[in-house]
Ligand binder design. Structure first.
Ligand code: UFG
Length: 343
């Protein structure tokens, strides 16, 4: 079985990827410092897979601890690097923490991987690297723009670091950069899903918590954008679809099929939906009305962005299969199951 190290493997996208890896015949090994995830995720993984997943509760920025993991595990074939902070607003308040953690953990990984002959990396990037794009949908060739937050800048910097490291004459690293659009929903088993700590920043957990009575109402951040209904447009991708893109990417790297030492792919559905459409679709999926109001714009929000998903389809053979309705139904099912996992 091919062993894949998954940093941030107890996180939202990481945990769903661990499931898909295991079900595709890989042996995932988790590294996670649990700074933004919970140990109960491991119970959820066990419930889905029927066995434990090896997990090292260490910080990916700790080089010696990471070396120990590679040494103990022996034959790690590749790494999927999720471990990072991801809250846009928090990154404005605590920029150094974001640079230290997000850039620092990648640097540590890039230093340690070659010591153990590990040459394949899938990196979690984000559509945030496009900033406010001039044209839609965005392709991988769309020029990146200044990021609107330190968080976004860490993703741009990490992409640049990977490119520079890969251009060195003695480089052996092969990387696939996956630029995620907006992941939503949860595993169909409702054993794992998003576990936001405190008040959610993201739309779908806020919606499900409002429907569950935890929040009084959803405030829609702006209704005067130059979009069809005035609210922001995003590309919402089901987290299991997104997880599957990682399996395809890892396989491509291990098979040495990549056409370049660094390849970049958008991972989205290729469709844009407005915030209002998401709300209406959620009402349909859950069978209940949502209490919401129109509010002011949120600073830093891009008016509209969605993926051109052609390259991932043509090169990786990756397409999404889950509709917005089904994605939101899974988010609602997860919200209802949450009381069982100690949230
Ligand atoms: N929104 C609301 N009300 C809320 C929360 C969100 O109206 O209470 C709106 C936002 O303004 C936005 C849309 O819902 O228009 C989606 O917002 P999210 O916060 O869920 O997602 P973002 O598109 O802002 O951010 C996501 C990721 C970031 C990433 C960014 C760009 O969460 O990590 O995409 O790539 F940086």
């Amino acid at each position: 079985m091919k062993k894949i190290l998954v940093t941030g493997g107890a996180g939202y996208i990481g945990s769903h990827t661990v499931v898909e890896l295991a079900q595709a015949g890989y042996e995932p090994v988790i590294v996670d410092n649990f700074s933004n995830s919970r140990k109960s995720v491991l119970d959820g993984l066990r419930a889905i897979l029927g066995h434990d997943v090896t997990c090292y509760p260490i910080d990916c920025g700790d080089a010696d601890a990471l070396r120990q993991v590679f040494k103990t595990e022996g034959n790690v074939q590749g790494v999927i690097h999720f471990a990072a902070f991801k809250a846009v607003g928090e990154s404005v308040a605590k920029p150094l923490m974001y640079f230290q953690n997000n850039v620092g953990s990648l640097l540590t990984l890039l230093k340690v991987m070659p010591e153990f002959g590990v040459e394949s990396l899938v990196f979690s990037s984000s559509c945030t690297v496009y900033g406010i794009p001039d044209a839609l949908p965005v392709t991988e060739a769309t020029p990146t723009k200044p990021a609107s937050s330190p968080y976004g800048r860490t993703k741009q910097m990490c992409e640049d670091i990977v490119h520079d490291v890969s251009a060195a004459p003695d480089n052996k690293l092969h990387t696939i950069l996956l630029r995620y659009f907006n992941p939503i929903g949860a595993h169909e088993s409702a054993q794992i899903g998003e576990l936001p700590l405190g008040v959610p920043n993201n739309l779908v957990p806020f919606i499900t918590q409002t429907a569950a009575g935890i929040r009084e109402k959803l405030t829609i951040n702006g209704s005067d954008y130059d979009t069809p209904d005035g609210t922001n447009v995003r590309d919402y991708i089901h987290v299991v679809d997104l997880a599957k893109a990682h399996i395809t990417a890892v396989q491509r790297l291990l098979d040495r099929k990549a056409s370049d030492v660094v390849e970049t792919f958008n991972v989205g559905t290729g469709h844009g939906n407005s915030v209002l459409e998401v709300v209406k679709t959620f009402e349909q999926a859950s069978g209940q009305k949502l209490n919401y109001v129109m509010g002011p714009r949120r600073p830093g929000d891009v008016p509209a962005i969605y993926a051109d998903a052609t390259k991932a389809a043509d090169v990786l053979g990756f397409t999404t299969t889950t509709s917005l309705l089904d994605s939101l139904a899974s988010a609602w099912k997860w919200q209802q199951a949450l009381k069982n996992v100690g949230n």
